[in-house]
Design a protein around this ligand. Structure first.
Ligand code: FAD
Length: 479
């Protein structure tokens, strides 16, 4: 369905819902919300609406459905697949929940926190910490991304190994449907087997089914012991074997196991302020190991030492350091989390956010390197990520001296190579960033026809006028 333009009297009606001060029309104010982090997508929009309440969101969507006006939900604008960026048609209004940023309730006894969709992730973490609890979702973008976006993308991050992704961290939701109806599903129950799971449909839907205005989030005890180690390794195979030993030794205390290549360490030490190589010699691969214990600080210390000793004895670890202060722990994580940013000064970068069964990671790395270098000799592969979750950010920097534009024009071709290998290993082409605009056509191509058909039927049932983030995730115009 084609959405026709947005006449000025209609814009006036939308503005009246939130008040003129909260309806941005000046393109200078709108501009930062029209482009995403990597600069891959640039959209056009006549207006950004900043509602202050669930009722205002409801009034906006009711009017949008009545008038067939397309709406793009946006919270922190840190998404990496273009889901929060409007199209270039200039007919879509952005609804930003940045004013709906309150923590409505924190209950440390029941271990729940209720936040509005616009609450910044770092502020949710802080509110949990203030009552001696942990909200474990942790991302490089946590200072800007917001709970609505985290839920809409089913965000993962660095602690999925121990705590799961956003779907596992959410008990209930409040959602405004495209019709303007409000679904109050803010339940605080761990057990609730009453019919279809509507909550899980909205989580990961990337704003195509409704706007998430509130959520009940799970809290956990604050760890008492915390250790972070950085180990130099020879290969992804050794990293996998070390991961197995870490899982056996630490059990659920193993909160992170990240893999990094030498080139990633070189990029971060070269381009990110304050990052230093923690080891005196270079190694082809590195593991960042994070251990958190809830009984005592000594348990974490004993575990990390035992693991590294075992690693050194078996030859899996070639050298290692254990962070001796909280500042050092943060510095090690900062290196890992800066790896993507550190690629920017190196020119163009073709990205993949893939997952394969954990035990297939070494085979995947080998096959992908072979395939990519055969197609593009000189490409600099910076593959890093959450080894413990089988999730690798398979990023490829342009060959030194190559033309950036010509390199980026090969994005789909290179994606085809890497994704082909992922699919042959029963993996996923989007482990945690979602589909958005970037992978929409590929989703339709790779998932079985029955799944695509079911997705289209769900979309049509929730949003028959196709006003919610049209053109993202799945197109209902076809099929
Ligand atoms: P936005 O970018 O504003 O929106 C993302 C999507 O959600 C869009 O489709 C949008 O339409 C939709 N949406 C936004 N708000 C709502 C709402 N209230 N209701 C319904 N739909 C909505 N992601 C990971 O999973 N793991 C990582 O480790 C990770 N690391 C990152 C590191 C960096 C430096 C950056 C820039 C990004 C990273 N991301 C990561 C991606 C991104 O941060 C996450 O996807 C984040 O959860 C998006 O939140 P946001 O508030 O910025 O959402």
């Amino acid at each position: 369905m084609t959405i026709q333009g947005v006449p000025s009297d209609l814009l006036q009606q939308f503005a009246a819902i939130v008040g003129e001060a909260n309806a941005l029309r000046d393109q200078a104010d709108i501009a930062p919300r029209l482009v995403e982090n990597r600069g891959l997508y640039h959209g056009v929009s006549p207006m950004v609406l900043k509602p202050g309440s669930t009722q205002e969101v409801s009034a906006i969507l009711k009017l949008a459905t009545e008038t067939r006006t397309a709406i793009v939900p946006q919270t922190g604008n840190t998404g990496l697949v273009g889901g929060q960026v409007p199209s270039t048609a200039g007919t879509e209004l952005i609804v930003s929940l940045e004013r709906m940023n309150r923590i409505r309730d924190v209950d440390p006894v029941a271990n729940v926190l209720v936040a509005e969709g616009g609450a910044i992730l770092a502020e949710v973490q802080k509110a949990a910490e203030d009552v001696g609890r942990l909200f474990p979702l942790s991302l490089g973008s946590e200072g800007s991304c917001r709970i609505g976006g985290n839920l809409a993308t089913n965000a993962g991050g660095t602690a999925v190994l121990a705590y799961g992704n956003m779907r596992q961290l959410c008990l209930g939701l409040e959602v405004v449907l495209p019709t303007g109806e409000i679904w109050d599903g803010l339940r605080r129950l761990k057990k609730d087997n009453t019919g279809y799971d509507l909550r899980d449909l909205f989580i990961g839907a990337e704003g195509t089914l409704g706007i998430i205005t509130g959520a009940v989030l799970k809290l956990f005890p604050q760890p008492v012991g915390h250790q972070v180690a950085f180990a130099g390794l020879s290969s992804p195979e050794d990293a996998l074997r070390l991961f197995e030993k870490a899982s056996n030794l630490c059990g659920t205390a193993l909160t992170g196991f990240e893999l990094m290549p030498r080139i990633g360490v070189e990029f971060t030490t070269r381009h990110i302020d304050g990052v230093r190589d923690p080891l005196s010699e270079p190694y082809p691969w590195y593991a960042l190991i994070d251990i958190s214990t809830s009984d005592s600080a000594e348990t974490a210390e004993t575990m990390v030492q035992a693991l590294l000793e075992l690693g050194l004895e078996t030859g899996l670890v070639r050298d290692a350091v254990i962070a001796s202060s909280v500042a050092q722990q943060k510095a090690l994580w900062h290196m890992r989390e800066s790896m993507s940013d550190a690629q920017k000064p190196e020119g163009g970068s073709i990205k993949h956010d893939v997952s394969v069964p954990v035990s297939s990671i070494p085979a995947f790395m080998e096959a992908a390197e072979k395939g990519v270098l055969a197609a593009m000799p000189g490409a600099r592969i910076c593959a890093f990520g959450h080894l413990g979750d089988g999730n690798i950010h398979y990023n490829i920097s342009q060959p030194v001296g190559a033309d950036k534009q010509a390199f980026l024009e090969r994005w789909r071709e290179i994606n085809g190579i890497v994704h082909g290998i992922v699919l042959s290993m029963n993996g996923s082409i989007s482990a945690e960033h979602g589909i958005g605009q970037l992978k929409r056509d590929e989703l339709a191509r790779i998932r079985p026809a029955i799944e695509i058909d079911l997705m289209r039927r769900i979309k049509r049932a929730f949003d028959p006028a196709n006003i919610m983030n049209p053109g993202k995730v799945i197109s209902i115009d076809e099929g």
